[in-house]
Design a protein around this ligand. Sequence first.
Ligand SMILES: *[C@@H]1O[C@H](CO)[C@@H](O)[C@H](O)[C@H]1NC(C)=O
Length: 281
Amino acid sequence: MGISGNVSCLVLLVGLALSSLIVGSYAGNFYQDFDLTWGGHRPKIFKGGQLLSLSLDKVSGSGFQSKKEYLFGRIDMQLKLVAGNSAGTVTAYYLSSQGPTHDEIDFEFLGNVSGDPYVLHTNIFTQGKGNREQQFYLWFDPSKNFHTYSIIWKPQHIIFLVDNTPIRVFKNAESLGVPFPKNQAMRIYSSLWNADDWATRGGLVKTDWSKAPFTAYYRNFNVIDAKSSKSFSDSQPSWQTNALDAPSRRRLRWVQKYFMIYNYCTDLKRFPRGFPAECRN
Ligand SMILES: *[C@@H]1O[C@H](CO)[C@@H](O)[C@H](O)[C@H]1NC(C)=O
Protein backbone atom coordinates (compact mmCIF):
# COMPACT_ATOMS: atom_id res chain seq x y z
CA MET A 1 0.00 0.00 0.00
CA GLY A 2 1.43 3.42 -1.01
CA ILE A 3 1.16 6.67 0.88
CA SER A 4 -2.11 7.56 -0.79
CA GLY A 5 -3.44 4.15 0.23
CA ASN A 6 -2.49 4.84 3.84
CA VAL A 7 -4.00 8.29 3.72
CA SER A 8 -7.30 7.09 2.30
CA CYS A 9 -7.30 4.28 4.86
CA LEU A 10 -6.82 6.86 7.62
CA VAL A 11 -9.52 9.10 6.17
CA LEU A 12 -11.86 6.11 6.10
CA LEU A 13 -11.07 5.23 9.72
CA VAL A 14 -11.51 8.78 10.96
CA GLY A 15 -14.72 9.00 8.98
CA LEU A 16 -16.02 5.80 10.52
CA ALA A 17 -15.09 6.92 14.02
CA LEU A 18 -16.79 10.28 13.51
CA SER A 19 -19.96 8.80 12.06
CA SER A 20 -20.26 6.32 14.91
CA LEU A 21 -19.80 9.20 17.35
CA ILE A 22 -22.53 11.15 15.64
CA VAL A 23 -24.87 8.17 15.54
CA GLY A 24 -24.07 7.43 19.18
CA SER A 25 -24.94 10.89 20.37
CA TYR A 26 -28.14 11.33 18.37
CA ALA A 27 -29.91 8.04 17.85
CA GLY A 28 -31.07 6.12 20.88
CA ASN A 29 -30.59 2.43 21.39
CA PHE A 30 -33.57 0.51 22.71
CA TYR A 31 -31.39 -1.82 24.79
CA GLN A 32 -29.71 1.12 26.50
CA ASP A 33 -32.62 3.49 26.85
CA PHE A 34 -35.68 1.33 27.56
CA ASP A 35 -36.94 -1.55 29.69
CA LEU A 36 -39.51 -3.99 28.37
CA THR A 37 -41.96 -3.89 31.23
CA TRP A 38 -45.13 -5.72 30.27
CA GLY A 39 -46.31 -8.65 28.19
CA GLY A 40 -43.70 -11.41 28.68
CA HIS A 41 -42.21 -12.34 25.29
CA ARG A 42 -44.44 -9.90 23.37
CA PRO A 43 -42.22 -6.81 23.36
CA LYS A 44 -39.06 -7.37 21.32
CA ILE A 45 -35.90 -5.48 20.43
CA PHE A 46 -34.18 -6.19 17.11
CA LYS A 47 -31.33 -5.01 14.91
CA GLY A 48 -28.86 -4.41 17.70
CA GLY A 49 -31.24 -2.08 19.51
CA GLN A 50 -32.42 -0.06 16.50
CA LEU A 51 -35.94 -1.48 16.25
CA LEU A 52 -38.54 -2.37 18.85
CA SER A 53 -41.93 -4.03 18.46
CA LEU A 54 -44.92 -4.40 20.74
CA SER A 55 -47.61 -6.96 20.17
CA LEU A 56 -51.08 -7.74 21.39
CA ASP A 57 -52.90 -11.06 21.38
CA LYS A 58 -55.97 -12.34 23.11
CA VAL A 59 -54.03 -13.07 26.31
CA SER A 60 -52.11 -9.82 26.75
CA GLY A 61 -50.79 -6.59 25.34
CA SER A 62 -47.28 -5.33 25.93
CA GLY A 63 -45.29 -2.25 26.88
CA PHE A 64 -41.98 -0.57 27.53
CA GLN A 65 -40.69 2.44 29.44
CA SER A 66 -37.59 4.60 29.41
CA LYS A 67 -34.88 3.97 31.94
CA LYS A 68 -34.32 7.70 32.36
CA GLU A 69 -36.62 10.45 33.50
CA TYR A 70 -36.75 13.78 31.72
CA LEU A 71 -37.62 17.27 32.86
CA PHE A 72 -38.14 19.35 29.71
CA GLY A 73 -36.71 18.44 26.37
CA ARG A 74 -37.61 17.37 22.89
CA ILE A 75 -38.45 13.71 22.37
CA ASP A 76 -38.84 12.14 18.94
CA MET A 77 -39.89 8.61 18.11
CA GLN A 78 -40.83 7.00 14.83
CA LEU A 79 -43.82 4.66 15.01
CA LYS A 80 -45.41 2.34 12.50
CA LEU A 81 -48.81 1.37 13.81
CA VAL A 82 -50.77 -1.89 13.68
CA ALA A 83 -51.63 -2.53 10.03
CA GLY A 84 -54.77 -4.01 8.51
CA ASN A 85 -57.75 -4.42 10.77
CA SER A 86 -56.56 -2.67 13.93
CA ALA A 87 -60.06 -1.94 15.28
CA GLY A 88 -60.24 -2.12 19.07
CA THR A 89 -56.48 -1.72 19.55
CA VAL A 90 -54.87 1.27 21.22
CA THR A 91 -51.22 2.20 20.93
CA ALA A 92 -50.32 4.67 23.65
CA TYR A 93 -47.12 6.69 23.54
CA TYR A 94 -46.72 9.17 26.36
CA LEU A 95 -44.66 10.92 29.00
CA SER A 96 -45.72 10.54 32.60
CA SER A 97 -44.55 11.16 36.13
CA GLN A 98 -45.76 9.03 39.02
CA GLY A 99 -48.31 9.28 41.80
CA PRO A 100 -51.79 10.71 42.36
CA THR A 101 -50.79 14.25 41.30
CA HIS A 102 -48.82 13.10 38.28
CA ASP A 103 -48.36 15.02 35.04
CA GLU A 104 -48.81 13.34 31.68
CA ILE A 105 -48.50 14.20 27.97
CA ASP A 106 -50.31 11.65 25.79
CA PHE A 107 -50.43 10.44 22.23
CA GLU A 108 -52.91 7.58 21.79
CA PHE A 109 -53.59 5.93 18.45
CA LEU A 110 -57.03 4.38 18.19
CA GLY A 111 -57.12 1.63 15.57
CA ASN A 112 -59.77 1.08 12.93
CA VAL A 113 -60.94 -1.47 10.39
CA SER A 114 -58.88 -1.63 7.18
CA GLY A 115 -59.30 1.48 5.10
CA ASP A 116 -60.91 3.57 7.84
CA PRO A 117 -58.81 6.21 9.54
CA TYR A 118 -56.98 5.91 12.83
CA VAL A 119 -57.79 8.55 15.42
CA LEU A 120 -54.91 10.32 17.11
CA HIS A 121 -56.08 11.18 20.60
CA THR A 122 -54.06 13.65 22.71
CA ASN A 123 -54.39 14.68 26.32
CA ILE A 124 -52.48 16.58 29.00
CA PHE A 125 -52.65 15.88 32.72
CA THR A 126 -51.43 18.37 35.26
CA GLN A 127 -51.44 17.59 38.99
CA GLY A 128 -53.36 14.36 38.32
CA LYS A 129 -56.11 16.04 36.30
CA GLY A 130 -56.63 15.47 32.58
CA ASN A 131 -59.85 16.13 30.63
CA ARG A 132 -57.97 18.10 27.97
CA GLU A 133 -58.62 15.91 24.97
CA GLN A 134 -58.03 16.86 21.38
CA GLN A 135 -58.43 14.32 18.57
CA PHE A 136 -57.22 14.30 15.00
CA TYR A 137 -57.25 12.27 11.83
CA LEU A 138 -53.86 12.01 10.16
CA TRP A 139 -53.06 13.11 6.59
CA PHE A 140 -51.46 9.71 5.88
CA ASP A 141 -51.96 6.06 6.77
CA PRO A 142 -49.84 5.66 9.93
CA SER A 143 -49.62 1.88 9.49
CA LYS A 144 -47.93 1.99 6.05
CA ASN A 145 -44.66 3.67 7.02
CA PHE A 146 -42.78 5.05 9.98
CA HIS A 147 -43.69 8.61 10.95
CA THR A 148 -42.15 10.83 13.59
CA TYR A 149 -44.17 11.80 16.65
CA SER A 150 -42.57 14.42 18.85
CA ILE A 151 -43.14 16.26 22.07
CA ILE A 152 -41.43 19.56 22.81
CA TRP A 153 -41.74 20.23 26.50
CA LYS A 154 -40.57 23.59 27.77
CA PRO A 155 -41.50 25.70 30.78
CA GLN A 156 -43.45 27.99 28.40
CA HIS A 157 -45.39 25.39 26.42
CA ILE A 158 -45.90 21.84 25.26
CA ILE A 159 -46.02 21.19 21.52
CA PHE A 160 -47.18 17.93 19.90
CA LEU A 161 -45.74 17.36 16.43
CA VAL A 162 -46.33 14.84 13.68
CA ASP A 163 -43.54 14.70 11.09
CA ASN A 164 -42.46 18.10 12.37
CA THR A 165 -45.89 19.65 11.84
CA PRO A 166 -47.26 21.06 15.10
CA ILE A 167 -50.75 19.69 15.76
CA ARG A 168 -51.31 21.00 19.26
CA VAL A 169 -49.83 23.67 21.50
CA PHE A 170 -50.57 23.80 25.20
CA LYS A 171 -49.31 27.07 26.59
CA ASN A 172 -48.31 27.63 30.15
CA ALA A 173 -51.42 29.23 31.68
CA GLU A 174 -50.26 29.44 35.28
CA SER A 175 -51.10 33.14 35.22
CA LEU A 176 -54.75 32.03 34.73
CA GLY A 177 -54.47 29.55 37.60
CA VAL A 178 -53.92 26.43 35.46
CA PRO A 179 -51.14 24.17 36.74
CA PHE A 180 -48.39 23.42 34.21
CA PRO A 181 -46.14 20.34 34.24
CA LYS A 182 -42.80 21.70 35.37
CA ASN A 183 -41.77 20.17 38.68
CA GLN A 184 -42.07 16.42 38.12
CA ALA A 185 -39.69 14.53 35.84
CA MET A 186 -41.37 12.11 33.44
CA ARG A 187 -40.53 8.79 31.85
CA ILE A 188 -41.44 7.80 28.31
CA TYR A 189 -43.95 4.96 28.14
CA SER A 190 -45.58 3.03 25.37
CA SER A 191 -48.05 0.18 25.31
CA LEU A 192 -50.30 -1.67 22.92
CA TRP A 193 -53.51 -3.02 24.38
CA ASN A 194 -57.09 -3.97 23.68
CA ALA A 195 -59.73 -1.32 24.35
CA ASP A 196 -62.56 -2.49 22.13
CA ASP A 197 -65.07 -1.38 24.75
CA TRP A 198 -64.45 2.27 23.66
CA ALA A 199 -61.66 2.75 21.12
CA THR A 200 -63.21 2.31 17.69
CA ARG A 201 -66.42 4.19 16.93
CA GLY A 202 -66.92 4.49 20.63
CA GLY A 203 -66.82 0.71 21.17
CA LEU A 204 -69.16 -0.34 18.35
CA VAL A 205 -66.40 -2.13 16.42
CA LYS A 206 -64.74 -5.01 18.27
CA THR A 207 -61.27 -6.47 17.93
CA ASP A 208 -61.04 -9.24 15.34
CA TRP A 209 -58.90 -11.74 17.22
CA SER A 210 -58.49 -13.93 14.13
CA LYS A 211 -56.05 -11.19 12.98
CA ALA A 212 -53.92 -11.39 16.17
CA PRO A 213 -51.13 -10.88 17.03
CA PHE A 214 -51.29 -7.14 16.34
CA THR A 215 -47.90 -5.46 16.08
CA ALA A 216 -46.57 -1.88 16.24
CA TYR A 217 -42.95 -0.87 15.52
CA TYR A 218 -40.65 1.81 16.94
CA ARG A 219 -37.35 3.19 15.74
CA ASN A 220 -35.09 6.28 15.73
CA PHE A 221 -35.72 7.35 19.29
CA ASN A 222 -34.03 10.68 19.80
CA VAL A 223 -34.02 12.98 22.76
CA ILE A 224 -32.66 16.43 23.36
CA ASP A 225 -32.61 16.44 27.11
CA ALA A 226 -32.84 19.89 28.65
CA LYS A 227 -30.81 18.71 31.65
CA SER A 228 -27.84 17.35 29.80
CA SER A 229 -28.00 19.60 26.78
CA LYS A 230 -27.16 23.25 27.19
CA SER A 231 -28.05 23.63 23.55
CA PHE A 232 -31.70 22.63 24.02
CA SER A 233 -32.98 26.17 24.20
CA ASP A 234 -30.73 27.23 21.33
CA SER A 235 -31.44 24.16 19.23
CA GLN A 236 -34.79 25.41 18.00
CA PRO A 237 -34.67 29.17 17.90
CA SER A 238 -38.04 29.26 16.16
CA TRP A 239 -39.70 27.45 19.07
CA GLN A 240 -38.10 29.77 21.58
CA THR A 241 -40.88 32.13 22.48
CA ASN A 242 -44.49 31.22 23.07
CA ALA A 243 -45.29 31.69 19.43
CA LEU A 244 -44.39 29.26 16.67
CA ASP A 245 -42.76 30.78 13.63
CA ALA A 246 -45.07 31.82 10.81
CA PRO A 247 -44.83 28.65 8.64
CA SER A 248 -45.41 26.48 11.72
CA ARG A 249 -48.43 28.53 12.74
CA ARG A 250 -49.80 28.07 9.24
CA ARG A 251 -49.28 24.30 9.45
CA LEU A 252 -50.96 24.20 12.85
CA ARG A 253 -53.98 26.08 11.47
CA TRP A 254 -54.12 23.70 8.51
CA VAL A 255 -54.19 20.66 10.83
CA GLN A 256 -56.75 22.23 13.13
CA LYS A 257 -58.97 23.18 10.23
CA TYR A 258 -58.92 19.95 8.23
CA PHE A 259 -57.91 17.17 10.62
CA MET A 260 -59.07 18.05 14.11
CA ILE A 261 -62.18 16.06 15.02
CA TYR A 262 -62.55 16.90 18.69
CA ASN A 263 -61.46 19.78 20.90
CA TYR A 264 -62.51 19.97 24.54
CA CYS A 265 -62.15 23.73 24.29
CA THR A 266 -65.15 23.93 21.95
CA ASP A 267 -67.33 21.24 23.58
CA LEU A 268 -70.20 23.31 24.93
CA LYS A 269 -72.17 20.26 26.05
CA ARG A 270 -69.38 19.29 28.32
CA PHE A 271 -68.68 22.75 29.69
CA PRO A 272 -72.05 24.53 29.74
CA ARG A 273 -70.84 26.92 32.45
CA GLY A 274 -67.78 28.01 30.55
CA PHE A 275 -64.61 26.49 29.18
CA PRO A 276 -61.54 25.69 31.27
CA ALA A 277 -59.31 28.72 31.82
CA GLU A 278 -56.51 27.54 29.49
CA CYS A 279 -58.96 27.58 26.56
CA ARG A 280 -58.85 31.38 26.68
CA ASN A 281 -55.10 31.32 26.26
C1 LIG B 1 -62.96 4.72 12.18
O1 LIG B 1 -63.66 4.98 10.99
C2 LIG B 1 -64.92 5.58 11.15
C3 LIG B 1 -65.58 5.67 9.78
O2 LIG B 1 -64.80 6.44 8.91
C4 LIG B 1 -64.77 6.94 11.82
O3 LIG B 1 -66.03 7.49 12.08
C5 LIG B 1 -63.98 6.80 13.12
O4 LIG B 1 -63.69 8.09 13.65
C6 LIG B 1 -62.67 6.06 12.85
N1 LIG B 1 -61.80 5.93 14.01
C7 LIG B 1 -62.12 5.40 15.18
C8 LIG B 1 -61.01 5.24 16.14
O5 LIG B 1 -63.24 5.06 15.49
